[in-house]
Write a protein that binds this ligand. Sequence first.
Ligand SMILES: C[S@@+](CC[C@H](N)C(=O)[O-])C[C@H]1O[C@@H](n2cnc3c(N)ncnc32)[C@H](O)[C@@H]1O
Length: 252
Amino acid sequence: MEKRVDKTYPPIREVTEGERVGMVKDIFSTITSRYDFLNHFLSLRRDIAWRRFAVRKMHFFMTNRFLDIACGTGDLSIEAARRYPEISVNGVDFVREMIHVGQEKVDLEKLSDRVQLMHGDAIHLPFRDNTFDVAAMAFGIRNIPDRQGALREMLRVIVPGGQVMILEMTFARNRLFQVFYNVYLNHILPRLARRFSSNPAAYHYLADSIMNFPAPDEFTALMEGVGIENVDAYSLTFGVTYLHVGTKTRDA
Ligand SMILES: C[S@@+](CC[C@H](N)C(=O)[O-])C[C@H]1O[C@@H](n2cnc3c(N)ncnc32)[C@H](O)[C@@H]1O
């Protein structure tokens, strides 16, 4: 397990894009060993249901290949490989510590013949155009300052008719629920993080990044703005998380 670190991170609004990328790398390389446990615990295991929902919406029809971007410890890759035995999966992430944990899980699940996790940046995906039926990102885009760049890369690597999927936490729009969620994110979560995480400041960043993420309609517009078509947005658990799904035009 990582040594406990006593850090602070500046608010997202006060850092440059480059500094933010550095923060993200630092955060995910210092919380790796407890990442899965805290994900499940802090979301009351909703994260598992949210990934499952996304996987059920996937449609494999041409290459039978799935790309999991910002794959972290591989949960979305594993869930997709379990559900669709005919597909092969590539996962990319730019924090090696996360990939190592993910690869161990893939090996334990005996999926290493179909699931390969590797180092890579969402902004420069190491794949040719039109390679995958589906490109998805779970809880990754919030951490990427150049969101349009990442979405363009997703669109580039999928086949015409393929799907781009973004699963992401957002600040719930329901006013009543917002009161509870605000207290949870800014008061309960930091306390739990101090108790359980090796880098509690990472969970201040988590709250900050959720509260600064665009509203679902704005995110739909962002996807459409880079040329993703037929975008549907699914609200999950009172709008705490959204799944956005769009397609690449068949005329491309
Ligand atoms: C909250 S974790 C999500 C991991 C995983 N997708 C899941 O469902 O648990 C965010 C991940 O995004 C990765 N990440 C952030 N920016 C990235 C980028 N530009 N390229 C690749 N990975 C990135 C981080 O390293 C981290 O592993």
